[in-house]
Design a binder for this molecule. Structure first.
Ligand code: ZN
Length: 192
């Protein structure tokens, strides 16, 4: 296990579509080690998720986890560690929420994006077991953010109103209170 360097916006690897992982390949030491590295790197950076592109690998795998008391995201409900391999997302309904997002690959910038409130996620876990789940609320937003990475898409691309871009310092100073109130309302309505 190792903490890897997180690549930042401008690195072409973040713009590549990651490729599917075959079942045999998933069992390999290399891919299992990559998954361990994603978990270690995400936890060290206090992220909510990390996709393989962000550590320079173009394989379709990402990890999502929000630990209770995460200092980057105090308003996010906990998400148990979930390793998603070859994920496919599908919106359920057309309800949209405006979510203020940041990204470990886009240092010191946040912006407001629109995300589906409910998505169906199909993936296999690191043991090759198939899963199909519905994710709602902020958690659904996190899954959409990570699967975007695997398609070479950054949250920057989804910001419709560029005046919502802020540094973390200005977010804390001017925008955090209003966003956290909206976020907590979404969590109350959706349970996640
Ligand atoms: Zn990101």
């Amino acid at each position: 296990m190792a903490v890897r360097e997180i690549v930042t916006v401008g690195d072409p690897v973040l713009r590549e579509r990651a490729r599917d992982i075959a079942p045999d390949e998933l069992r390999s030491i290399e891919v299992q080690r990559l998954i361990d590295d994603l978990i270690d790197t995400k936890r060290t950076a206090n992220g909510a998720g990390l996709a393989a592109n962000q550590i320079g690998e173009t394989l379709r795998v990402a990890v999502v986890e929000v630990e209770a008391g995460n200092p980057r995201y105090p308003y996010k409900p906990p998400i148990p560690l979930t390793v998603i391999v070859n994920p496919v997302l599908e919106p359920v309904g057309d309800e949209i929420a405006e979510i203020n997002e940041g990204c470990l690959s886009v240092p010191d910038l946040r912006g407001t994006v629109e995300r589906f409130v409910t998505v169906r996620v199909r993936y296999v876990d690191r043991d090759g077991v198939e899963h199909e789940e519905e994710r709602r609320g902020l958690t659904a937003g996190t899954f959409q953010h990570e699967v975007d990475h695997l398609d070479g898409v950054l949250f920057l691309d989804r910001v419709r109103d560029p005046t919502t871009f802020t540094t973390w310092e200005q977010f804390d100073r001017h925008h955090r209170a209003a966003f956290e109130a909206r976020a907590r309302d979404l969590v109350r309505r959706t349970g996640s």
